[in-house]
Design a protein. Structure first.
Length: 72
């Protein structure tokens, strides 16, 4: 299993809940969680050095969340 697969398996549910607390929509939370992992797939060279995976995912998701609010 790849590092990204493990990150997804171990943290996807947590990330969806984290985003859901900040959004009015569970569907938007799932979409942004998905987009967070897509960003990781585009930058696989950064994945092996992650020390705090949830902090790393939250940082990416926070940026996506800001973009989401700007578009609204």
């Amino acid at each position: 299993m790849s590092t990204i697969q493990l990150l997804y398996k171990d943290n996807h549910g947590w990330l969806c809940r984290w985003l859901r607390q900040r959004l009015d929509s569970a569907d938007d939370a799932v979409d942004l969680a998905h987009d967070t992992f897509l960003r990781l797939l585009r930058r696989p060279d950064e994945v092996p050095g992650i020390v705090e995976p949830r902090a790393f995912l939250a940082t990416i998701a926070r940026g996506l969340l800001n973009d989401h609010w700007r578009r609204r």
